[in-house]
Design a protein around this ligand. Structure first.
Ligand code: ZN
Length: 240
């Protein structure tokens, strides 16, 4: 029985194994928004073409994945536009129409003092806002996240922290999944709740836990999280 609903987002694509992840997602009938790291797309274009041709939506995650609060507004725009060029080209090569243009800031860093300018820029350039109208966390609105054009998340598995010597393991990821703390997005299994879930596509994680994404998605699905097809809303209806 479904307890809650979620949109799954996968950051930092492509890796060398994005196609395997895409096959798994299709097997599970889960459509996701994948946020592409521009320079990685240049290295493994075939992985992104495969994702597009197999139903995934690919959004902009900047070209070199900087902290936007540590670069100027102009540099930020350049990062976004360079990734846009790469994505336009890759959609074209895949033969897929680019219907949506979502954007996610690397590290969720919205640009510090340039935050408002960057939001205005995203709005003016017609970036698409992921539908967040059913998110029930009070902090989502209190922090103005419902007004922002970029795509943040409500729950982060933080599995990217699993690295040799980091001391962070799947155990820690499971603790996050099971930790009930709505104030930080930890309410995955609350009846009627809605989430934007963040996962990453990292070969470095696969080296240590080859099936990490299968484990996570399978288990939360079994426990009642239903993944929904991503939908977008007109951001002009909620501009700053
Ligand atoms: Zn990222």
């Amino acid at each position: 029985m479904n307890i809650s609903t979620a949109i799954l987002t996968i950051d930092d694509i492509p890796s060398c194994n994005t196609t395997t992840m895409v096959d798994y997602l299709n097997e599970k009938k889960i459509q996701v928004v994948m946020f592409a790291w521009g320079e990685h797309v240049m290295e493994h274009p075939e992985q992104v073409i495969y994702a597009l041709q197999h139903g995934m939506i690919v959004g902009n995650h900047s070209y070199t994945h900087p902290h936007f609060s540590e670069i100027s507004f102009e540099e930020g725009v350049k990062e976004i536009e360079e990734c846009e060029r790469v994505l336009d080209d890759i959609y074209h090569r895949a033969g897929i129409e680019r219907k949506f243009r979502p954007f996610r800031f690397p590290y969720g860093d919205k640009g510090g003092e340039n935050k408002e300018k960057l939001q205005q820029y995203l709005l003016q350039k017609g970036f698409d806002k992921l539908d967040d109208t059913r998110i029930t966390y009070p902090w989502w609105k209190k922090d103005g996240l419902d007004k922002d054009i970029d795509t943040l998340w409500t729950f982060d598995f933080a599995e990217y922290q699993i690295r040799p010597d980091s001391g962070f393991t799947m155990e820690d990821v499971w603790k996050r999944v099971n930790d009930h703390s709505p104030a930080s997005g930890g309410a995955l299994f609350d009846q009627g709740s809605h989430h934007i879930i963040l996962l990453h596509d990292h070969d470095e994680t696969r080296e240590l836990v080859p099936d990490y994404y299968r484990q996570l998605i399978d288990q939360i699905s079994e426990r009642g999280v239903a993944f929904e097809k991503p939908a977008f809303i007109d951001p002009k209806g909620c501009c700053h």
